[in-house]
Design a protein around this ligand. Sequence first.
Ligand SMILES: NC(=O)c1ccc[n+]([C@@H]2O[C@H](COP(=O)([O-])OP(=O)(O)OC[C@H]3O[C@@H](n4cnc5c(N)ncnc54)[C@H](OP(=O)(O)O)[C@@H]3O)[C@@H](O)[C@H]2O)c1
Length: 320
Amino acid sequence: MTEILILGKQGQIAWELQVTLAALGHITVLGSQQLDLANPDKIRAKVRSIQPDIIVNAAAYTAVDKAETEPELCTSINATAPGILAELAQASQALLVHYSTDYVFDGTKTSPYLETDLTNPLGVYGASKLAGEQAIIQVDCPHLIFRTTWVYGNRGKNFLLTILRLAAERSELKIVADQIGAPTWSRSIAEATSQIIAQCHHDSRSVMPKARLRQHEVSACAERLRQRSSVRGLYNLSAAGETSWHGFASQIVSQYRSQYPDRHLAIQNILPIPSSDYPTPAKRPANSVLDNSKILADFGVQLPDWNLSLSQLLARWQQI
Ligand SMILES: NC(=O)c1ccc[n+]([C@@H]2O[C@H](COP(=O)([O-])OP(=O)(O)OC[C@H]3O[C@@H](n4cnc5c(N)ncnc54)[C@H](OP(=O)(O)O)[C@@H]3O)[C@@H](O)[C@H]2O)c1
């Protein structure tokens, strides 16, 4: 059976992966308590003991502003650890699936970013994530790197949960309107990840022992192994459409109100402000929109429009 190791246990994407990857093999999920990615020796020992066929690294140092004062810790988790995971994957020809971010860009492009566009991170977090991508690509193990953006879901720290909390408490909010992106539901990222892994990874262990296979079956087995070993790629993976943080906040409140008319929200006004009125330690890109045509062309995968996913998540607010 395919052995799948998911890193990031409590994280937004990792949480959803535990559901979407369950059909593809036996899953081991580790959080920072079980494996500290800042400790290279522990990474090597733990991964070797699990012997995964697929490593899905959804763990990261994601505190974008705090990273400015903790560059070493951020870099060891976001850049050094992925490089070590890549070396381990290369040694066993496991597939490494890794997530990265639009923060590798400076946001000055006036159209959606392609995978091939020039990177120029604005802060420590973005630079560390870029270094993580480069470390994996340099080792050249079987890998898939998915750059995503503006992730939200029903757990963890994210913009949706913050807005719903503040909208219940305050009558007015000021939200940045000059940064654009595509809010992306963690579940749709996890579902796409599962579909793509299923396309790339053909389980060479679950077939019968070679001695009991006919010649054409041996060839098919070798072909599956060859396919898995040849997987390489960096892909944008984000929701369709685009909006500003202000547009996202406004939609959250209006959709929540229309889906739950009996529940009270104190909010009356959501005012648009420029980024300059909301200074943060780390600068954010003004344009975070990613062009998703490569992943559609190679895997036939396309995430729904951000607005549709938001309504689907809110509709199931009580159950998930
Ligand atoms: N959130 C976004 O808007 C966004 C946007 C673009 C790209 N991404 C990328 O998408 C991926 C997943 O993001 P997410 O939003 O799901 O992350 P998240 O909710 O912030 O979760 C990150 C996870 O990483 C784990 N982690 C942190 N430090 C660790 C350490 N030293 N050792 C082991 N695990 C550690 C945390 O574990 P504990 O909870 O146990 O500490 C946490 O569960 C990341 O690669 C991120 O860079 C995120």
